[in-house]
Design a protein around this ligand. Structure first.
Ligand SMILES: CC(C)=CCC/C(C)=C/CC/C(C)=C/COP(=O)(O)OP(=O)(O)O
Length: 408
């Protein structure tokens, strides 16, 4: 992070060196005509000086404010938010992913998340100034003024919402705008009032995948809830670990975190453990609700047992080291969980195939027609439907019609 003084000295060094370079260049390039027209030389050197100063000023200002906007937006956190929204979009995409709409969704989410994060910092200048972790942010360190930050937050937030409304749909834009309000105007002040803030923050973190799903399908259904639920439960061990590790910092900043009223850390660790365990059914629900294949149950369970083990270890031995381990386990959990969801995602056509395969088995067991519906005009799908029947399904048709049809 560049401080104001270092930026000033960097700029003046840069300006000095580029001035002398340009002056030398001006002198040498005009040396041929120097004897004939000295006025011309002076004025062209001055013009070059002026334009080079303007250019370097522009470059250093762009760099300076670019850096401030990046930090105000908490760009890495916003990119994680975009990843969750993009994953939600793909999961809600049915048979084919519309990559252009996906890009607009990611850009719109990034802009609204950047705005929400900037407003969060506008409201917490004094608190951030008192915390080691945040004191060098652009506002408390004086690198950008409050009105400038508000201007940035408002313009990027409005533009992002308008982008989502025009390029995706009103449902996605509405979710983004409501989430901004929830984060900046409810969660942020609540941090200084009551420890319930962490649970409200978990709702904020859970909305972006729903936004992505809504952008893709203009709808919110039960099976859209897998990733939002995972994000909600996941944030509790994640933030409990963070708030435990940075207890003194949060206390200095005047924030009411759960871990501050829990000297032994036992209740903090229990919250983390409980919410890690709540993640266990999600893999099974993802399969049962037709979002993923059965492989995801296995992967999700292994992953969830790993984070639960880290939470249990923290519960047994409430040290900073164990909290850090749980924090790192949570950092690993989310990208792996989302990758698993994407790899094992079942598109609409795959779901249709499987549903039809189940229908086939059912009718076979009840002694009705064994062939698929003749109205089905897609021969490929028909062929795949036949392949999709698990081998055991054949056991329940003639000559063994008395065997129960297995349900999948
Ligand atoms: C589309 C849209 C509006 C998305 C917003 C998503 C978003 C900003 C999620 C962050 C969730 C969260 C509780 C962060 C912690 O903030 P904090 O204030 O505790 O962090 P800090 O202590 O580092 O400031």
């Amino acid at each position: 992070m560049l401080r104001r003084s270092s930026i000033t000295s960097f700029c003046s060094q840069f300006l000095k060196s580029s001035y002398s370079h340009n002056l030398n260049y001006a002198r040498s390039s005009s040396s041929l005509s120097s004897s004939s027209n000295p006025h011309l030389i002076t004025s062209s050197a001055t013009a070059l000086d002026f334009s080079s100063k303007a250019t370097t000023d522009f470059v250093s200002l762009t760099r300076h404010y670019g850096r401030c906007y990046w930090e105000l937006s908490k760009a890495r956190l916003s990119m994680l938010v975009v990843a969750t929204s993009g994953t939600g979009f793909v999961l809600g995409s049915g048979s084919a992913v519309d990559f252009s709409a996906l890009s607009w969704t990611c850009l719109g989410t990034m802009m609204v998340a950047a705005s929400a994060n900037s407003l969060n910092q506008v409201f917490e200048i004094n608190n951030d100034a008192k915390m080691k972790r945040t004191s060098r942010r652009p506002l408390p360190s004086g690198r950008i003024t409050k009105p400038h930050a508000i201007g940035w937050a408002s313009s990027v937030g409005l533009a992002g919402t308008a982008l989502l409304a025009t390029q995706t749909n009103m449902l996605a834009a509405g979710l983004a705008a409501s989430n901004l309000v929830l984060y900046a105007f409810v969660y942020t002040p609540l941090k200084q009032i009551h420890h319930v803030n962490t649970w409200v923050g978990a709702v904020v973190g859970a909305i972006p995948p729903l936004l992505g799903w809504a952008a893709a399908s203009n709808d919110i259904s039960l099976n859209a809830m897998i990733l939002p639920a995972a994000l909600y439960f996941w944030q509790l061990p994640h933030f409990m670990a963070l708030a435990y590790m940075c207890r003194s910092d949060y206390a200095a900043g005047g924030f009411k975190m759960y871990s501050l009223a829990d000297a032994s850390g036992r209740r903090t660790a229990l919250v983390a453990l409980r919410n890690s365990i709540y993640l266990i059914p999600l893999g099974f629900l993802a399969y049962d609700w037709g979002v993923t294949s059965e492989w995801f149950c296995l992967e999700s369970t292994v992953l969830t047992l790993a984070i639960s083990a880290a939470a249990f270890s923290f519960y047994r031995d409430r040290t900073r080291e164990k909290a850090r381990r749980m924090f790192h386990a949570s950092l690993l959990y989310l990208p792996v969980f989302m990758t698993g969801l994407l790899i094992h995602r079942r598109s609409d056509s795959e779901q249709l195939l499987e549903d039809n395969a189940k229908g086939f088995v059912k009718s076979a067991s009840s002694g009705e027609a064994l062939e698929l519906d003749d109205n089905d005009d897609n021969q490929n799908i028909k062929a795949k439907k036949r392949q999709a029947r698990p081998p055991v399904a054949y056991a329940s048709v003639a000559p063994f019609p008395f065997l129960p049809a297995p349900s999948y």
